[in-house]
Design a protein around this ligand. Structure first.
Ligand SMILES: *[C@@H]1O[C@H](CO)[C@@H](O)[C@H](O)[C@H]1NC(C)=O
Ligand SMILES: *[C@@H]1O[C@H](CO)[C@@H](O)[C@H](O)[C@H]1NC(C)=O
Ligand SMILES: *[C@@H]1O[C@H](CO)[C@@H](O)[C@H](O)[C@H]1NC(C)=O
Ligand SMILES: *[C@@H]1O[C@H](CO)[C@@H](O)[C@H](O)[C@H]1NC(C)=O
Length: 477
């Protein structure tokens, strides 16, 4: 067994908490330059953080930025998890790490400890990808003119190869790749390259509210909006007879909405209003972005557990000079860090490429696949995702091993799940947004932890005994 408390550890890797002394596990000197001494305003913690660049193309000077938070305790025994946000063109550091499941969330001038951070369960690696996103860049900016899924997957693989050179102790660790939204493309595509190249120890992937199949995903928006009371019967009928969402999105890329589609869309937007977040139709919105006057009139409740303004706070935080210095980050070819890229031109045709077949290939090669949905998201609603996973299971000839049923966090229903065979699972997270851990951090952490444990949600979470005392007899009459 490795002795952790060795006297030659430097002060930076030693700290004292209420529970005693702890130490960092990563002693590699290659990664030392990327070690974060401390982030401005952060509380004292006992795990190591790293941030910096990994070159994916030397000649073109294309460097990808990462932030790595080792597990809070015993990092050597925990898996490595790569997290990717979508967009295409949005930042995994800004959204994933600082707004969803990283160790800290910005609040004013300081960082608050996130009680449900995913580095309680794993060593978390956040990558800003492709180049042009966040702090990642290409000095040859012709690269930005047209980036596609293939280029992104290739660079992500090159990133991992080179990252492991910096962190060799993680090379043979169990690896999981996770992400959400457009990462429904990035994650399976990268996983496929890893399986093909037989590199690394890939165990599973998890994707939340993922774009998997253009028509099914986007056209399920109308039913979701209608069934949640956000649009009228008449507008729902228009989506089904005059113009559907897949047409609207396609036309919007080419800046050419037909009058019919334009009419349906504007009716829907009027009904939904500007005061509802499409990424979580029940969550309050951050009022400073709606109007500063209403923020004064309607102070957020003191008891509100979710700070809905965290994404805005993150933009401010990551644009502070001293924060960028602490992160070893550079602004190359841009003057500000933005949540989603202002320079990247992504090949939007790629949105229409279905990635479900890749999920099938991964399941067949023994990789665990978890698809989950925050069930309050109107952007990529669970309605489409559930259909897609069901259809995939049928195509693969997988029998249901856990029938559609509730799962629990503490004594409340945290969502529904269905498991097909022993490698493919679907789960909803009840009351969660497009960025599920943003609005349901506890439930998301339970799901994440059970996913890393392998297989379906643990029996305990499904067992009747867990809620026997909490059982309600609803007659539905
Ligand atoms: C810059 O990148 C473009 C597109 O990738 C490439 O065609 C060009 O040769 C590169 N320029 C230089 C100077 O390397
Ligand atoms: C959306 O509309 C197009 C054009 O009318 C149609 O071809 C397509 O089948 C529709 N999709 C769905 C899922 O209704
Ligand atoms: C699935 O269930 C059917 C019917 O019970 C059974 O015949 C078949 O062998 C099962 N397939 C697998 C892969 O277990
Ligand atoms: C619910 O119904 C079951 C079966 O009818 C009964 O045994 C149980 O006591 C009921 N529980 C409550 C809380 O009413």
């Amino acid at each position: 067994m490795h002795l952790q408390l060795v006297p030659w550890l430097t002060a930076a890797t030693l700290c004292v908490t209420l529970t005693g002394i702890c130490s960092s596990s990563t002693l590699s000197t290659v990664s030392d330059a990327d070690r974060i001494v401390s982030l401005p305003g952060q509380p004292k913690v006992c795990f190591s953080q790293y941030a910096g660049y990994i070159t994916v193309h030397k000649k073109q000077q294309r460097d990808l930025f990462y932030y790595f938070a080792e597990a809070e305790a015993d990092p050597r025994s925990k898996p490595l998890v790569l997290w990717l946000n979508g967009g295409p063109g949005c930042s995994s550091v800004g959204i994933g790490a600082f707004s969803e499941h990283g160790p800290f969330k910005p609040s004013g001038d300081v960082l608050r400890k996130n009680d449900y951070s995913w580095n309680k369960e794993a060593n978390m690696l956040y990558l800003e990808s492709p180049a042009g996103v966040g702090f990642s860049y290409s000095v040859n900016n012709s690269y930005y003119i047209s980036v596609d899924d293939k280029m992104t997957a290739k660079d992500n693989l090159a990133f991992l190869r080179n990252w492991f050179k910096k962190f060799p102790e993680y090379k043979n660790r169990d690896l999981f790749i996770t992400g959400e939204s457009y990462a429904g493309h990035y994650v399976p595509q990268l996983a496929k390259l890893i399986v093909q190249s037989k590199l690394f120890n890939l165990k599973g992937i998890a994707i939340g509210n993922p774009l998997l199949e253009y028509n099914t995903d986007f056209n399920s928006r109308a039913e979701f909006l209608w069934s949640h009371g956000l649009i009228s019967d008449a507008t729902y009928k228009s989506f089904n007879t005059i113009c559907n969402f897949s047409q609207i999105i396609r036309q919007r890329w080419s800046d050419a909405l037909t009058p019919g589609c334009s009419h349906v869309l504007s009716e829907a937007l009027r009904e939904i209003s500007n005061f509802v977040d499409g990424y979580d139709v029940t969550l309050d919105v951050c009022l400073s972005t709606v109007s500063s006057q209403s923020a004064v009139l309607n102070k957020p409740q003191e008891t509100e557990k979710i700070d809905v303004c965290v994404p805005e706070e993150t933009v401010k935080y990551l644009n502070r000079k001293e924060v960028q210095e602490a992160l070893h980050a550079r602004l190359v070819g841009i003057s500000r860090w933005t949540t989603c890229s202002s320079v990247l031109k992504y090949e939007m045709q790629n949105l229409e490429t279905p990635t479900v077949p890749i999920l099938g290939e991964l399941v067949k090669s023994g990789i665990h696949v978890l698809v989950y949905s925050g069930d309050q998201d109107a952007a990529i609603p669970f309605i489409g995702t559930r259909t897609i996973v069901n259809k995939l299971a049928k195509q693969l000839g997988l029998n249901t091993t856990v029938p559609y049923s509730v799962w629990f966090e503490e004594r409340q229903v945290a969502g529904w799940t269905q498991v097909y065979g022993d490698k493919l699972s679907y789960a909803t997270i009840r009351g969660a947004s497009h960025e599920a851990p943003f609005s349901q951090p506890e439930r998301s952490l339970v799901l994440f932890s059970s996913f890393l444990g392998g297989g379906p949600l643990p029996e305990g979470l499904l067992s009747e005994s867990a809620v026997r005392n909490n059982h309600i007899n609803i007659t539905w009459s």
